[in-house]
Design a protein around this ligand. Structure first.
Ligand code: ATP
Ligand code: MG
Length: 223
């Protein structure tokens, strides 16, 4: 269980997040929406332990973010907004490289299966030759190597074709529902949000997203 209580984040004079309180249970997919600059990536970075809030507390099962950052990191998979993989290396080499960095031990076949589960079959192909959608899939596969309890994905489906979007979406759904993982992800695609998410968190003053979500039947938490 993830509990966020009264979170506040400011960059110098700019207040980005204020009084953010919510909880997420295992198996839930949470969609994070808000206009550009609302603070979605900031919140994900804080949850990924990369950034720190100015006020408020976060707990992850029995761990406190203020005290147990190292332990918490073992349970988190984070895909930043900008793709972070080695362009010159093949899919296989990337997977093997990140497997070495991760705390788990996986065989080459297991690593390959992680890619195949998302319909990414270019095992021997250099990453620079992959499409944007394939790179996103690889980034997600890398994040799953250490079998994280919580997946934090910053716009995992931006700028990719519908087929890849659906493949990534159904894969995330499976990860949450079959493996009981917490998934928190951002997207500007409201159809996708409506399809995938159990709940939606709206950040920022703009009521645009809330209006779109009004008839969706989703539980909407807004700040
Ligand atoms: N390291 C930083 N230093 C100063 N200001 C920052 C920093 N990171 C983000 N900001 C500011 O915080 C605000 C929120 O940024 P953030 O990237 O979290 O928005 P976002 O909701 O992810 O936007 P987008 O939809 O464009 O990705 C913006 O005004 C941004 O300029
Ligand atoms: Mg962002």
């Amino acid at each position: 269980m993830l509990s966020v209580d009264s979170l506040k984040k400011r960059y110098r004079k700019k207040l980005v997040l204020e009084n953010l309180t919510f909880t997420v249970r295992p198996g839930e997919i949470i969609g994070l929406v808000g206009e550009n600059g609302a603070g979605k990536s900031t919140l994900l970075r804080i949850l990924a332990t990369i950034d720190k809030p100015n006020k408020g507390s976060i707990s992850f099962f029995n761990y406190l973010y203020s005290k147990n950052r190292k332990e918490i990191r073992k349970y988190i998979g984070y895909v930043p907004q900008d793709i972070a993989i080695w362009e010159e290396l093949t899919v296989k080499e990337n997977m093997l490289f990140f497997e070495k960095l991760s705390l788990s031990s996986k065989s080459s076949q297991e690593l390959r299966q992680l890619c195949l589960d998302m319909n990414l079959d270019k095992w021997e192909e250099p990453v620079k030759k992959l499409s944007g959608g394939m790179k996103r899939k690889l980034n997600i596969a890398i994040t799953l190597i250490h079998e994280p309890t919580m997946l934090l994905l910053d716009e995992p489906t931006v700028g990719i074709d519908l087929k890849s979007k659906i493949e990534i979406g159904s894969y995330l759904l499976k990860q949450a529902k079959d493996n009981n993982r917490i998934i928190i992800y951002t997207s500007h695609d409201m159809d996708e949000i409506n399809h995938l998410c159990d709940r939606v968190i709206c950040i920022g003053e703009d009521s645009f997203y809330e209006d779109i979500l009004k008839d969706s039947g989703k539980e909407i938490i807004s700040f």
